[in-house]
Design a protein around this ligand. Structure first.
Ligand SMILES: Cc1cc2nc3c(=O)[nH]c(=O)nc-3n(C[C@H](O)[C@H](O)[C@H](O)COP(=O)(O)OP(=O)(O)OC[C@H]3O[C@@H](n4cnc5c(N)ncnc54)[C@H](O)[C@@H]3O)c2cc1C
Length: 483
């Protein structure tokens, strides 16, 4: 175990994506903080974010009310209006704070932020760094963290067990086969999404929903697990982790075509290609049924080649790996699991229903996204609510945790091959729309796997992730069936 990991901290933060890092940086220098990352510190969904972060940054042409309305419309008015008000009101300061920390957002010749447009936004309000905004944000936050002696970062260190008693939180962590217990009065879960429970996802390998299952076991309320966003335009080539063709490609003029080379979105929705994601994904499935073909394309060849290469360098490079030159060729696309709107239910200060336990970022359910997240509101949510969690902890003040060592379970190695079984069951039960018959058939099966994982296996990252995948699958299928 890394010698710098101590026994007791004020705050344990599980996750080094935008939410976890920003929470750590928002805490006072007087608070000792441990940030865990189960992989390298920059392997996370945050680092994958391409499009950018949405906020009202050009008040001459935009305002909070418009951002509020766009968010509510995209979310089908199933959002929590109070949470959306907080998001849009505190959003601009959060983005500007990132800039001050050294995150390089693209600017125009006049030095003003270059704001782009994405589906569902009525104004240009997306701050970005080329098409690699998330990687730049994570880079900037990690650089800022390095200058903060009160914060320790333990990479390649997985939380395998989390318990709570009157003395605080006790966390069993594993690093390279060695185990240790960390104790903290406060715990912030920032463990990200659940994409890996689906066969096809845009999510990073860490997105197995660990925090949601840890929180559920501690008795926290979990909400909206059927609120899964399927992005309409993942690259329809390559491995099961699908590369995303950002919404901003449509924002900059790309047309969506069916297998016959026809535009079709206008027939379904007046907003055309820039309708919210859930609408576009459903339209693609409908159009696939109508034409009898799953082939769909994004076409941005009408835009100048230099502009396309300069604006979307990472997407251009990725497409070229498959022999697709997006300045001349259509890009094959298809919907894919992308984001979870539900998760650990929290209040406006990111507090869960368990005392001292907070959840921020994609693992949380703040209510801001409703039934469908508006593009680029997710990084914003991670920033705004992680700062609120930190402020709430600062207000509560210091209270040292008691030390209670946890013993790792011994037993067989985790049957990691069950991952694919779980992914297959979830994929066939729920993809853009639910297949209720399959969901009914598969729910008892994933519940049986979840029970099987409780006993007889040795604690490890593999076991933790298997438990999480089975637990998340059960939560999703239950909500799909009761919706
Ligand atoms: C391809 C792609 C493009 C996207 N584009 C955008 C965009 O343009 N704009 C936008 O707003 N949003 C975008 N999103 C969504 C957004 O990136 C994520 O929702 C957001 O970054 C999630 O941040 P997070 O900090 O909650 O989680 P993550 O960034 O995923 O971080 C999770 C962290 O938790 C750690 N962790 C998990 N389990 C454990 C454990 N058991 N022990 C220890 N550590 C653990 C991981 O190691 C990781 O450090 C995109 C997502 C994807 C996948």
């Amino acid at each position: 175990m890394n010698r710098s990991v101590k026994e007791v901290y004020d705050v344990l933060i599980v996750g080094s994506g935008a939410a976890g890092l920003h929470a750590a940086l928002s805490l006072d220098a007087g608070f000792s903080v441990l940030v865990l990352s189960k992989d390298a510190a920059d392997v996370c969904n945050s680092a994958y974010a391409q499009g950018g972060v949405a906020a009202v940054l050009n008040p001459q042409e935009d305002n909070e009310e418009l951002h509020f309305q766009d968010t509510m419309i995209a979310g089908g008015h199933r959002n929590d209006p109070a949470a959306v008000r907080v998001l849009v009101h505190e959003g601009p300061a959060s983005v500007l704070e990132l800039r001050e920390l050294g995150v390089a957002f693209d600017t125009g010749r006049d030095g003003a932020l270059d704001l782009t447009l994405e589906g569902g936004h009525s104004r240009r309000r997306i701050a970005h760094h080329e098409d690699q905004t998330g990687a730049e944000i994570v880079r900037g936050l990690l650089a800022a963290l390095a200058g903060r002696p009160n914060i320790s970062l333990a990479a390649d260190t997985v939380l395998t067990r989390l318990e709570k008693d009157a003395g605080g939180f006790h966390a069993l962590i594993e690093q390279g086969g060695a185990f240790a217990t960390v104790n903290a009065r406060f715990c912030i879960l920032a463990t990200g999404g659940i994409g890996r429970v689906f066969r096809y996802t845009t999510n990073s390998p860490v997105a197995t929903g660990d925090g949601i299952v840890f929180a559920e076991k501690l008795g926290a309320r979990i909400k909206g697990m059927n609120l899964v966003q399927f992005h309409p335009t993942a690259l329809a080539r390559g491995p099961e982790e699908r590369f995303l063709i950002s919404e901003s490609v449509r924002g900059e003029g790309a047309k969506l075509l069916n297998s016959r080379g026809e535009r079709f979105m206008q027939r379904y929705d007046g907003r055309g290609e820039l309708a919210p994601r859930d609408v576009v994904s459903r339209c693609i499935m409908e159009e696939a049924r109508r034409t009898g073909s799953n082939e769909f394309y994004l076409d941005i060849t009408a835009e100048p080649a230099d502009f396309v290469r300069g604006r979307f360098p990472a997407i251009y490079r990725k497409c070229m790996e498959y022999g697709i030159d997006m300045t001349k060729d259509r890009i094959p696309v298809y919907p894919c699991q992308h984001y979870l709107m539900g998760g650990i239910d929290v209040d406006l200060n990111a507090r869960t229903t368990v005392d001292g336990l907070y959840a921020v970022g994609e693992c949380s359910h703040t209510g801001v996204h409703g039934a469908n997240r508006l593009a680029s509101n997710s990084l914003l949510e991670a920033l705004v609510f992680s700062r609120r969690a930190a402020a709430d902890i600062l207000a509560a003040g210091h209270a040292p945790a008691e030390v209670r060592p946890l013993t790792p379970a011994q037993g067989k190695p985790a049957p990691v091959e069950l991952r694919e079984t779980i992914q297959g069951m979830v994929q066939e039960s729920f993809f853009v729309t639910a297949n209720l018959e399959k969901a009914r058939e598969n729910l008892p099966r994933v519940e049986a796997i979840a029970r099987q994982m409780e006993d007889g296996y040795a604690d490890s990252r593999g076991l933790t992730e298997l438990r999480s995948l089975a637990g998340v699958a059960a939560l999703i299928l239950k909500e799909v069936l009761s919706a």
